[in-house]
Design a binder for this molecule. Structure first.
Ligand code: 2M8
Length: 442
């Protein structure tokens, strides 16, 4: 049998190879066939992985995303490259109708969770450890890009929380990053996709089994919402008045709180004290919003359907949002216990003790279907990283070790079947390879 060091080296080489193969020079595609463009939150994780290979390449990745930033601050969820074959492409998003879309770059018209300052901080740490030219490049990058990140957070805190509730409002489940999670079943049951321009999906041709992807009925609703946003010319107020999907996303809110706390530290380090205070305020507001959304009964944080006012109690990984942003020691203690307990990582039938996207004890759990049950290494990484930031090295260590065992199949899958460990969805997924590199480096 291969010894540990050889196995680790092989895993690291294979992960680096995935990033190299998915690299177009100016951006890294999220996955070679299924996702041949740049995705917003994928970019942050990819840059974290790249920072272990080349600080300057990691900086290019983040800078290239920022060139697609909309004028009011939104970072779009997809920046399209030239490859054909992804649906919906720029011709369906029609972002030219928007008054604040950037010129000269083709993007989608929605956003994804704000994890970018986690990447900026990680790149800076790496660069400072290396010193010399890397350090200078990363510090220059922070100076040049900080206004972009600040504008992004301010846009989220105003346009997506105009009433100051402390929760980020989303208008499409793609904005959550967890597209078909049962978190969204109730709000989607009220989306009645009517007559629409016909379309053909491409995604199902790139996975072994189409049942690992969302259903056609789900896709009709996804595209219906895109068309509704185009009709509203991507005007946030008009969208709020007319769209069939308005949900307060507790996971994105926790990430905004966490990332704003980090951005405040970065701003303070760059001598931008007023900006640092603004970011601290945003962090505090969204942290409180997340804690207020915790159900005393289940101990999990809940999303909220803003069209009906109903809280959404489904037991998904989104419910552990407080473990990302902190804010209440008792809530965190209970969540840690829950996460490691039999309904989650401690479920006796799991192949690897990392969190499934939906609890295996929930009636909505589907072990092979995308965000309805499989384990996502990138999500495990986020919880591990946040745990370490809180000083919970034990939790981080456990999640890392289990994940590295899971990734030992060298497929770098998009997601994994929780009971068998089978690789599902896309292979050679960039963010999976990237978090592998980060785990190996710690
Ligand atoms: C998945 O989402 C895209 C739409 O944005 C898709 O299914 O076509 C999600 O897992 C999302 O979180 C991720 O960012 C994206 C690219 O990896 O794929």
């Amino acid at each position: 049998m291969e010894d540990d060091t050889a196995g680790t080296a092989r895993l690291g080489d294979a992960a680096a190879d995935v990033l190299r193969r998915n690299d177009l020079g100016h951006l890294t595609v999220a996955a070679p066939e299924l996702y041949p463009h740049q995705w917003s939150w994928d970019t942050a994780f990819i840059a974290i992985g790249l920072s272990h290979l080349s600080v300057s390449r990691a900086i290019i990745e983040m800078s290239s995303l920022l060139t697609a930033q909309w004028r009011r601050g939104m970072i779009p969820h997809i920046v399209f490259d030239t490859a054909p074959g992804y649906f919906p492409g720029p011709e369906r998003w029609r972002t030219a109708v928007a008054s604040d879309a950037p010129a000269g770059v083709r993007t989608s018209g929605i956003c994804q969770p704000p994890v970018h300052s986690v990447a900026v901080a990680r790149i800076l740490d790496q660069a400072r450890r290396r010193g010399g030219a890397d350090r200078r490049a990363a510090e220059d990058f922070l100076t040049e890009s900080i206004d972009g990140w600040l504008a992004w957070h301010r846009w989220l805190a105003t346009s997506r929380d105009p009433e100051g509730s402390g929760l980020v409002e989303i208008h499409h489940s793609w904005e959550s990053g967890m597209d078909n999670s049962p978190r969204w079943d109730a709000p989607y049951s009220r989306v009645d996709a009517g007559e629409m321009e016909p379309f053909t999906r491409n995604d199902t041709t790139h996975v072994t089994d189409a049942a690992e992807r969302p259903t056609d009925a789900e896709y009709r609703r996804y595209i219906w919402l895109v068309d509704q946003m185009v009709a509203a010319r991507y005007d946030e107020e008009a969208i709020r008045r007319t769209i069939d999907f308005r949900v307060a996303d507790v996971f994105a809110s926790a990430l905004l709180a966490l990332s704003s706390e980090i951005l405040a530290e970065l701003a303070a380090g760059a001598g931008r004290h007023r900006d640092a205070r603004d970011m601290e305020e945003i962090a505090a507001r969204f942290r409180s919003g997340v804690i207020a959304a915790v159900s005393p009964r289940s101990g999990l944080a809940q999303d909220r359907d803003l069209r009906t006012g109903a809280w959404l109690p489904t037991a998904t990984i989104g419910g552990f949002a407080p473990l990302l942003c902190g804010g209440d020691a008792a809530v965190l203690r209970r969540q840690r216990e829950l996460l490691l307990g039999p309904e989650w990582c401690g479920h006796p039938d799991l192949r690897h003790a990392v969190p499934p996207s939906t609890s295996p004890t929930s009636p909505e759990f589907r072990p092979r279907q995308y965000w309805r049950g499989p384990q996502w290494p990138v999500i495990t990484w986020l919880f591990g990283w946040a745990a370490r930031r809180r000083g919970d090295e034990a939790l981080e260590g456990q999640l890392r070790e289990e994940s590295l065992r899971q990734l030992g199949d060298l497929r770098f899958a998009e997601y994994y079947e929780p009971f068998t460990g089978e690789a599902l969805g896309s292979r050679w997924q960039s963010w999976t390879a990237a978090v592998t590199l980060d785990w190996l480096a710690s």
